[in-house]
Design a protein around this ligand. Structure first.
Ligand code: XMP
Length: 511
């Protein structure tokens, strides 16, 4: 059995990064809710436990607390930021409210290099982001590092192998953060590097076999790499008991339906059912302005079509989707601490009445990891290199009501943006490139006529996993070409603008 580090999620936006950093060292890391009972955790037999950060304070009325019994399991624990404060708070140290937040890079002075800081010099740069701080350590703990503003920047109980860091080792700005995590994973928890993408594939296939048995699975194919990879994995597990269904909601990219069907037929042996459901989706979206409501309606309509089709074809118990880990985080359900960013339709937008059981084999992966899985499964490069495209399609790139006119503008403009990036050899170098249209209009002159046309916004971002993203500083000449083509080739567009906001604070898609 492979070694696992369990990460308890107290709601920090960085929880996923901790798990990711551990996996980059080829050690499996799974994320669990902060209040997972100690008994349940021991079933996984983790070699170490990490307590994540949190936007909360231990003094909040509903502060997220972990099961105290985890401190008696004899398993090494590393608390990061809020995770360290929880350790101090529960084990009898004290935590104080800071007068002001400490945010940014700071110099750490290391006082003990025997375990977590093994191989370090006396000083290193770390990244802090906290309001509260540990004012006194619990009995049996030592201070192992300090900084100017945090006299207890790192603490440790040698006996219990419990560690706390006030700063964030998982972020890039902490210069030797990875080495701290390595010391924890390998020297303190004694993990072996056994987690490989290949072992993910084997495990996923045997889990699918075990879960599904002889039942039948309907896989929602969207044309993106996530759903293709999901289908390919499930096909390896259950063969003919898988049927793929590709629903055209009328919000696809230009010529996308034909392209997807061709790629599918050229590369796969599985059954594919194509359904043109554009009329019913578009009629339900009439008059709807609210972005979350649009997502909810699309999610619900998808399930209605799947349910009808399953009845027509007879007896599907499972619905498979290509949900990834960032979709799960960003759709954090109301009631969880990570604040809800937007409802990715294939996660939180599913209606309560849905009768299918859900199969989501990629739920713990990031896009770059899915690309590796896809290559190992032999998926075609056309699919692997395709930019991510959201399940609710162009509706998330159309602000306000989804109308026929805005769909046409959005579809044509999206095509031009992608086409120009391909011509410039930049398509594969960016994460996503697309166009957005809303109801804002501006005056322009077409021929000799003055018109009040739409404003189209171009968005091009670079990202590793979609969780954070930077806008791309495209050369002016390419922007100019795109702008000229959009105003010349797309009717009723008078202005083109470029989105220069990164994520955070923005998101990648506008709705
Ligand atoms: P945001 O806009 O949340 O997007 O910063 C992050 C990544 O997720 C994609 N995205 C979606 N994918 N269903 C999906 O399958 C959705 O509802 C959805 N919304 C956003 C987005 O294109 C970006 O790559």
């Amino acid at each position: 059995m492979e070694d696992i580090i369990a990460v308890l999620d107290f709601g920090s936006q960085y929880t996923h990064l901790i798990a990711r950093r551990i996996r980059e060292n080829e050690v499996r890391s799974d994320i669990f809710p902060f209040d997972t009972p100690a008994k349940e955790l021991t079933l996984m037999d983790p070699k170490g436990i990490v307590l994540s950060g949190s936007p909360a304070s231990v003094y909040d009325k509903d502060a997220p607390l972990c099961d105290k019994k985890i401190f008696d399991l004899g398993i090494p624990i590393l608390g990061i930021c809020y995770g360290m404060q929880i350790i101090a708070y529960i084990l009898g140290g004290s935590v104080k409210k800071g007068k002001k937040r400490e945010y940014g890079k700071t110099e750490l002075i290391i006082k003990d290099k025997s375990d977590l800081f093994q191989g370090f010099n006396d000083k290193t740069i770390v990244w802090m982001s906290h309001g509260d701080y540990v004012d006194s350590v619990p009995k049996g703990f030592d201070v192992i590092a300090e900084s100017e503003n945090s006299p207890i920047a790192a603490m440790r109980s040698k006996d219990k192998k419990i560690f706390g860091l006030q700063f964030h080792p998982e972020v890039f700005h902490t210069e030797r953060g990875i080495d701290i995590l390595k010391n924890f994973i390998f020297n303190i928890c004694n993990c072996k590097s056994t987690w490989k993408i290949e072992s993910f594939i084997e495990k996923a296939i045997s889990e699918i076999k075990c879960k599904v048995g002889n039942e039948k699975v309907l896989c929602a194919l969207s044309g993106g790499i996530d759903s293709f990879t999901t289908a390919a994995l499930i096909y390896r597990a259950i063969g003919e008991n898988l049927t793929c269904i590709f629903i055209d909601h009328g919000l696809l990219r230009k010529d996308e339906a034909q392209q997807i069907i061709k790629i599918f037929n050229d590369n796969f042996k599985m059954n594919l059912i194509y359904i043109d459901a554009s009329k019913r989706f578009l009629s339900r979206l009439k008059g709807v302005n609210d972005p979350e409501e649009k997502r909810r309606i699309i999610g619900e309509e998808f399930i209605k079509v799947f349910t009808e089709e399953s009845k027509n074809l007879g007896g599907f118990q499972w619905l498979a989707q290509g949900t990834l880990y960032p979709d799960v985080i960003e759709s954090a359900k109301a009631g969880s601490i990570a604040s809800r960013i937007k409802t990715h339709h294939n996660v939180a937008g599913l209606p309560d009445w849905m009768e299918f059981k859900l199969l989501e084999p990629l739920r713990m992966l990031y896009k770059d990891e899915v690309r590796k899985v896809a290559r190992l499964l032999g998926l075609p490069e056309d699919i692997i290199r395709r930019h991510p495209f959201p399940g609710p399609g162009l509706s998330v790139r159309i602000m306000g009501e989804v109308t026929e006119e805005k769909i046409k503008i959005c579809r044509e403009a999206n095509y031009i943006v992608e086409d120009e990036l391909k011509r410039a050899g930049l398509y594969d170098k960016v994460w996503q490139a697309f166009a957005i249209v809303g109801d804002d209009k501006a005056v322009g002159v077409v021929g000799d006529k003055k018109i009040f046309g739409h404003i189209v916004t171009i968005r091009v971002v670079e990202s590793v996993d979609g969780m954070t993203a930077n806008w791309v500083k495209l050369p002016y000449e390419i922007l100019e070409k795109i702008s000229n083509r959009i105003t010349n080739e797309v009717p009723n567009v008078t202005w083109v603008s470029y989105a220069i906001s990164s994520k955070p604070p923005s998101t990648i898609e506008p709705c």
